[in-house]
Design a protein around this ligand. Structure first.
Ligand SMILES: [Mg+2]
Length: 325
């Protein structure tokens, strides 16, 4: 039986064309029924309606933000989310082994893949899929306006990064369920290993262990960014490779307070500002999200890519046969 999957899509999104998804979909008309959406709220509502109507898989085309909106409609239902990753970074999709803009792999995950339960955490009841940051990283994304991004491209991050780095950073304190308090100027929490693109920030994080991994960095100005870069260059922080300025914790929930105004971001989008005297509550949602993932994740490291090459596979089977002979 050929299953046709509803695909939530914003027909006006520029990413649809830039990523090549539009032309790929033209060649896969029989696989999907396009469900156009007008806004983020509309996308969440339509995802929920389709799930309640009994659709086993509901696909969404977009980046992390769009997938979050679809997830909000699907969490706690029996329906699995199918991901067509056509955003810029596609961090969540990479984390799940689907990669970025690999639509054939995405379709295979929907048709033949596994159904994976994924934890969803919230900041003051606002959910995020991959990561949340309190401090300078959030101030940077807050300052990057769409116009600045258009005019400067990736350089916009560097310019705003420098601007934010020279500001004063108020102290942020997280309080864990056991009462322990950890303070720093930049807090990053990860549901998975990746922080941006393929850059790993948490070497041992898993999206299905019920825990959030966190790095609390206690530094001023530019060294905050160096700490983050240092973790990424080591392919993720572990307790044995971080510097004395970074502390790692894992927890199911925590509360956050700050001495001064602190911006926060969810999945790379500015989400709000925490004021002195306010408390941000981090929690895990009681229900998990089901996601379609490929049986074999796409190769990421150069070594994995070499080993996955058809020539290498051919040589491996040749050597096996030679041994048998
Ligand atoms: Mg986890």
């Amino acid at each position: 039986m050929h299953l046709t999957v509803p695909l939530l899509i914003n027909p006006k999104a520029g990413s649809l064309f830039r990523s090549g998804l539009k032309s790929w979909l033209d060649e896969h008309r029989d696989d999907f029924i396009l469900v156009p959406t007008k806004s983020a709220e509309d996308l969440t509502a339509k995802a929920r309606e389709l799930a309640e109507a009994g659709e086993p898989v509901i696909a969404a085309a977009g980046g992390d933000g769009t997938l979050m909106n679809a997830a909000q409609g699907l969490v706690g239902t029996q329906a699995a989310l199918g991901i067509l990753p056509c955003g810029t970074m596609n961090v969540f999709s990479r984390e799940l082994g689907i990669g970025s803009r690999r639509f054939d792999i995405a379709l295979d995950a929907i048709r033949n893949g596994d159904r994976q339960d994924v934890d969803i955490f919230t900041v003051n009841d606002q959910p995020f899929l991959q990561m949340a940051g309190f401090g300078p990283d959030a101030s940077i994304v807050k300052l990057i306006t769409p116009k600045l991004k258009r005019n400067m491209g990736a350089a916009a991050h560097i310019v705003t990064g420098l601007k934010v780095a020279v500001q004063h950073h108020p102290l942020i304190t997280i309080t864990l369920p056991n009462g322990e308090e950890v303070s720093g100027t930049q807090l990053i929490m990860g549901n998975g290993k990746r922080y941006g693109g393929e850059a790993h920030l948490f070497a041992n994080a898993r999206y299905d262990d019920g825990m959030l991994d966190a790095a609390i960095i206690h530094q001023e100005s530019m060294p905050i960014l160096f700490e983050i870069l240092g973790c990424m260059l080591q392919r993720g922080a572990t307790r044995s490779n971080v510097s004395q300025f970074t502390q790692l914790r894992t927890f199911e929930s925590c509360t956050i307070t700050a001495e001064g105004k602190v911006d926060y971001q969810l999945d790379g989008d500015y989400a709000g500002t925490l004021h002195p005297g306010e408390i941000a509550v981090i929690r895990r949602m009681p229900n998990k999200l089901k996601v379609c993932i490929p049986r074999t994740p796409i190769p990421v490291t150069p070594f994995e890519q070499i080993m996955a090459h058809p020539m290498v596979a051919a040589w491996k089977s040749f050597i096996r046969r030679a041994k048998d002979f």
